[in-house]
Design a protein around this ligand. Structure first.
Ligand code: SIN
Ligand code: FE
Length: 288
C-alpha cells in the first residue's frame, strides 16, 4: 500500500517504479522528505489564520489568488509566498520523480489545512473527510482527468496525519456503481448554465460524484469495510491518486496539499484509471 522512497534531500530522483506504484493504487511515500518552512513562517502555522468558513486556505497559482484566509495583509502576503513555494516544490518533485507525466500535467489548487480534523464538525456528510471516499468535486468536473495529490505534513508539534485507506477502486465501484442512476437528460447543461459547475459535468463526473457521496452516506459500509490505518509523521511527504484510492483523514493538523490533473493517456497503464475501469464496467464511453 505504501511505496516508500527514503530521500533525505529536498530533491528526489527519477524513479521508474513510482508511476506503476501510483497507478496500482499505492501511496508513494517519502518519510524523510520535508517541505522546508522559513523560520519567519513558523508563527503562521496556526488555525487562527483559517477564516472559519472554508475547510482550507486555498491558492490558485494561475491567478495568484488566495481564499479562506483570516490574516492581516502581512500574514496574507507571507501565506501567499509559502503556498506558491509549495506549488513549485510539489511540481518539481513530481516532474523529477515521473518525467513522463510532465508533458501533460495540469496544476490545480494548492491548499493549506490548518484546522484539526479530529472533532471538527463537517457542514454535511458530503464534506466529511473522516469518512472513506474517492475524490470527486461537485463544482469542478474533471472530464476523466486523473486527480493526483501531493501532501506534506507540516505539523510543528510532532503530530501525525492519520489516514484510513480502504479497498481497491474496482471493489468500491462494484459496490456503488449499481446504485447510481443515470443523470437526468439536460441536467449537465443546466448545471453549467447556472454556473453550479465550472464546465459540463460528464457522465464520468456524475458517476464519480455519486460514488463519493454514496460512500460517505453509507455508515454501514464505513463501519464494516476493510481498511488500513496509516500515520504520516510531520516532515513527511506523500502522493496518491485520490480519485482512485479510497481514503479518509481521521486526525491531524497543519497540512499542505497540491492537486494535479493528468489525462489518462500519459499513464503507463491507462486501463487502471477510474475512467477506463468504469467504462469497462458500464460498457459505455463516459466522456464525450
Ligand atoms: C482528503 O483528501 O479527503 C483529506 C486529506 C487530508 O486532509 O489529510
Ligand atoms: Fe479526499
Amino acid at each position: 500500500m505504501l511505496y516508500s522512497i527514503s530521500h533525505q534531500q529536498w530533491q528526489a530522483d527519477r524513479d521508474d517504479q513510482a508511476a506503476a506504484a501510483l497507478e496500482m493504487g499505492n501511496i508513494v511515500y517519502f518519510p524523510n522528505l520535508a517541505f522546508a518552512l522559513l523560520p519567519e513562517e513558523m508563527p503562521l502555522i496556526s488555525s487562527r489564520l483559517a477564516d472559519g468558513l472554508a475547510k482550507n486556505i486555498s491558492f490558485n497559482s494561475q491567478t495568484q489568488t488566495l481564499k479562506g484566509i483570516a490574516g492581516n495583509a502581512l500574514e496574507t502576503h507571507a501565506i501567499n509566498n509559502l503556498m506558491q513555494r509549495y506549488a513549485q516544490y510539489s511540481t518539481q518533485l513530481l516532474q523529477t520523480l515521473i518525467p513522463q507525466y510532465t508533458q501533460a500535467l495540469q496544476i490545480g489548487r494548492t491548499s493549506l489545512r490548518l484546522v484539526e480534523i479530529a472533532g471538527r464538525r463537517a457542514a454535511s456528510y458530503k464534506k466529511d473527510d473522516t469518512r472513506l471516499h474517492v475524490d470527486a468535486f461537485p463544482a469542478s468536473p474533471t472530464q476523466g482527468l486523473r486527480i493526483l495529490r501531493v501532501f506534506c505534513n507540516i505539523n510543528p508539534n510532532g503530530k501525525p496525519r492519520l489516514w484510513h485507506v480502504g479497498e481497491s477502486f474496482e471493489k468500491v465501484a462494484a459496490t456503488f456503481l449499481p446504485r447510481i442512476r443515470r443523470s437526468v437528460p439536460g441536467s449537465a447543461r443546466l448545471l453549467h448554465a447556472l454556473k453550479i459547475t465550472k464546465s459540463r459535468r460528464s457522465y464520468y463526473d456524475h458517476i464519480m460524484l455519486h460514488m463519493h457521496d454514496g460512500m460517505k452516506k453509507d455508515m454501514c459500509y464505513q463501519k464494516s469495510v476493510q481498511h488500513t490505518e496509516i500515520a504520516f509523521p510531520p516532515a513527511s511527504t506523500w502522493m496518491v491518486y485520490t480519485d482512485q484510492v479510497s481514503h479518509a483523514a481521521l486526525a491531524g493538523q497543519h497540512l499542505l496539499e497540491q492537486t494535479f490533473y493528468l489525462p489518462v493517456h500519459v499513464m503507463q497503464e491507462p486501463a487502471r484509471s477510474p475512467l477506463r475501469v468504469l467504462e469497462k464496467m458500464t460498457n459505455t464511453q463516459l466522456v464525450q
